[in-house]
Design a protein around this ligand. Structure first.
Ligand SMILES: [Zn+2]
Length: 93
């Protein structure tokens, strides 16, 4: 294992901690996400899209994010700040 693998493990652990902490202390949960973001920037690794880029809220389906299918896109709306992200999908025939 190299340093990037350890960094990825640390980030995933921080995400699980943030998800567990969201109901109790949102500021601490955002701090965990911020730390994971800093680690990923230091080690240049791609994080899973489990947080809002604008307000750093961890994505929990139904609690902090809602997902809709809009005209060929998967649209995820942050319920904290209202930021929308879109990703296209293709239906195979
Ligand atoms: Zn947000």
């Amino acid at each position: 294992m190299n340093a990037n693998d350890f960094a990825m493990q640390r980030c995933l652990k921080l995400f699980s901690l943030a998800k567990a902490m969201w109901g109790k202390d949102q500021t601490l949960a955002k701090r965990y996400v911020w730390l994971a973001k800093k680690i990923s920037m230091r080690h240049r690794i791609h994080l899973p899209k489990e947080f809002c880029k604008k307000c750093l809220a961890v994505r929990i389906e139904g609690t902090t994010v809602k997902t809709r299918l809009v005209k060929g896109f998967v649209e995820k709306t942050c319920l904290i700040c209202g930021t929308k992200t879109k990703k296209g999908y293709k239906v195979k025939k």
